[in-house]
Design a protein around this ligand. Structure first.
Ligand SMILES: [Zn+2]
Ligand SMILES: [Zn+2]
Length: 368
């Protein structure tokens, strides 16, 4: 090898190692978790699509800790179809950092919701002492015009905007410590059609008496998160789910959602408790659970198969104890169980312990 060849070779080695150094200064690692939506299995019922909603969500634009677009991503990942950001109109602890009005959280997040096929309901939380307490105004056009001193003017603006309201957390101890009442103002708002629903479940609370009010007034039941912190820190979103309002809608649209609320076609669902009108709960049970009549029998028993095609767990209490079936049994999400019943049993009445159809009332069925 002559001198020139040696020089060229040395140059090449130098260039290659320089290139290698440059390539070694930034190697992309696959650390970022890919965004995936959790599919929650809740069947449709006859003639209606089942949608999952959360109509009570806070962001940094009131006392929440999360940016509006992140809220959309959380809802999408947790399997929701409908959401409403409901920042307090009257309580804005971060207001010194804000220059925009009350429509800003909606405006920031609406395109993110559209990209994720989430029905995004424009909303705000009216935040007053009791009565009337806290009410979420849904399907509003302008949140700023709801920000008025006199609460009657706020209700007038809700009416003008053709919006509707739900009464939030009526059983919240901070506002109804020793009793839980419907006040005159609520009666009036219900009569005028301005209040169309109430939260029977909020955050981690559930209010059986409010379920009874909803049944009596024929109002929509809601289960909402009222979430302030990060969702994954608040609920075990891998194993469980946030409180959800199940809506039975004619179609998957904002109008469909509104019509379902106005027709009180909703069920509240949280922590495997369902609360709502008896006919809807029965329809949802029938759509979720396949009951096969006895296939095998032997000298003493016949065997019944219950198959669950939903993510709802059902807990049964046997009310015909003489039939040989267990006193209590559970049907886990997406599982099948076999129950043994006396061969000559004529009745198999059960109470579905987690299906609430009134204050002290549960779904009752005869499985035979
Ligand atoms: Zn509230
Ligand atoms: Zn709230």
């Amino acid at each position: 090898m002559n001198k020139l060849h040696t020089l060229i070779l040395a140059g090449l080695i130098c260039a290659t190692s320089l290139l290698a150094q440059q390539n070694a200064n930034n190697i992309q690692l696959e650390l970022e978790q890919k965004a995936q939506r959790k599919n929650i299995l809740i069947p449709d019922i006859d003639g209606y699509q089942t949608l999952k909603g959360d109509f009570h969500i806070h962001t940094v634009f009131s006392d929440g800790l999360v940016w509006p677009t992140v809220r959309v991503k959380e809802c999408w990942m947790e399997g929701l179809d409908v959401m409403a950001i409901t920042d307090h109109l009257e309580y804005r602890p971060h207001k010194n950092f804000m220059t925009e009005g009350h429509n800003h959280p909606y405006n920031l997040a609406v395109s993110e919701a559209q990209k994720h096929n989430i029905i995004f309901v424009k909303a705000a939380e009216i935040t007053r002492s009791m009565p009337p307490g806290h009410l979420n105004a849904l399907f509003i056009n302008d949140a700023d015009s709801l920000n008025q001193k006199n609460v009657d003017d706020v209700f007038e603006s809700v009416k003008e905007q053709k919006a509707l309201m739900l009464w939030n957390h009526p059983g919240w101890k901070a506002q109804q410590r020793d009793t839980c009442l419907v006040y005159e103002v609520h009666e009036k708002l219900i009569k005028e059609g301005l209040v169309q629903g109430m939260e029977v479940m909020n955050y981690t609370e559930w209010y059986p008496v409010v379920l009874q009010w909803c049944i009596d007034y024929k109002l929509a039941v809601f289960a909402n998160s009222d979430i302030h912190g990060i969702s994954g820190y608040t609920y075990d979103v891998q194993k469980g789910h946030r409180p959800m309002t199940l809506l039975f809608a004619k179609d998957r649209s904002s109008d469909g959602v509104r019509e379902a609320i106005e027709s009180a076609r909703t069920i509240a669902w949280f922590d495997q408790q369902l609360a709502g009108p008896e006919d809807l709960i029965k329809e949802l049970f029938d759509a979720s659970v396949n009951l096969k009549s006895a296939f095998y029998t032997d000298d003493k028993y016949r065997y019944m198969e219950l198959s669950n095609e939903s993510d709802i767990k059902f807990s049964f209490i046997n009310e015909t104890t003489s039939n040989g079936a267990p006193e209590k049994f559970e049907l886990q999400p997406r599982k099948t169980i076999v129950i043994r019943v006396n061969k000559d049993a004529e009745s198999f009445k059960v109470k579905v312990d987690n299906c609430h159809t009134g204050m002290f009332k549960n779904l009752q069925l005869n499985l035979m």
